[in-house]
Design a protein around this ligand. Structure first.
Ligand code: SF4
Length: 248
């Protein structure tokens, strides 16, 4: 019997963060997370979901609910119905998708076999699990969490191991910041990226409120970027746009 996954939702939208901002994607959000960030915008996905919300026609928001868990064939069947001409990729997100490594080891190659590009969004804390699937991933967007902004303990060593395992052509590092940010922690995060030896774009992403208001002042964002650029050559400030566009 094939492995089954706990999926919170599957829907069509645009990528609202990072260098691929605005690209059309299908999102597969897996249920369950090992962290509890202060600013979490998907608290419902921090635990496994009883049912999966599945959009039925791309871009309409109309949906069905399917009992969990789901097989790889269940997921690819939904994706086939949502697929439109010009989709950039399938965003595997969460929660934390790498908490279900056995399922990803079956799902990701199945998606590649059907011609999809795989984009993995992860909190960057499961290096061994990443190593088991990285050959099937085209893009990785990995967080480095800043303790002063998340309320979580620092995990820079595990972040470094994660990035070393991140043998992928397209690597984005997301650092979410709030007004409480400690600059030293941002600099440590930039040093982690450098120490990994990976060519990566660092994205400084200010927290955004429910109505799309940016939660960090412009002067502070410029200062963070200026300091981070002293440690790493490619650092961009890009806010999240889902709330602005009123998208999922
Ligand atoms: S890692 Fe992501 S899903 Fe998990 S608590 Fe933090 S923001 Fe939420």
């Amino acid at each position: 019997m094939s492995t089954r996954g706990n999926i919170e939702e599957i829907f069509d939208s645009v990528q609202g963060e990072g260098p691929l901002l605005g690209c059309r994607q299908i999102f597969v959000r897996l249920g369950g997370c090992n962290l509890a960030c202060f600013y979490c915008d998907t608290p419902q996905a921090r635990r496994p979901a009883a049912t999966c919300r599945v959009e039925t026609i791309a871009g309409t928001g109309r949906c069905d609910f399917i009992p969990n868990t789901m097989s790889v064939e269940d997921v690819t069947g939904v994706l086939g119905r949502l697929r439109i001409t010009g989709h950039h990729s399938v965003a595997i997100t969460g929660g934390e998708p790498l908490m279900q490594p056995d399922f990803l080891r079956e799902l990701l190659p199945a998606l590649k076999a059907e011609g999809y590009t795989n984009y993995l969004e992860t909190n960057g804390t499961f290096p061994d699990e990443l190593a088991g699937v990285i050959e099937h991933v085209d893009y990785v967007c990995a967080d480095i969490k800043i303790p002063s902004c998340t309320g979580e303990p620092e995990r820079f060593e595990v972040n470094l191991e994660f990035l070393k395992a991140c043998d992928v052509a397209n690597l984005f590092i997301k650092i979410v910041v709030t007004e409480e940010v400690e600059m030293d922690e941002v600099m440590q995060a930039a040093e982690v990226v450098n120490a990994s030896g990976r060519r990566a774009t660092i994205v400084i992403q200010p927290v955004v409120g429910r109505r799309g208001e940016i939660g960090v002042g412009g002067a502070l964002l410029l200062d963070i970027q200026r300091r981070a650029l002293e440690a790493h050559p490619d650092v961009r400030v890009i806010p999240r746009i889902h709330q602005v566009l009123r998208l999922a």
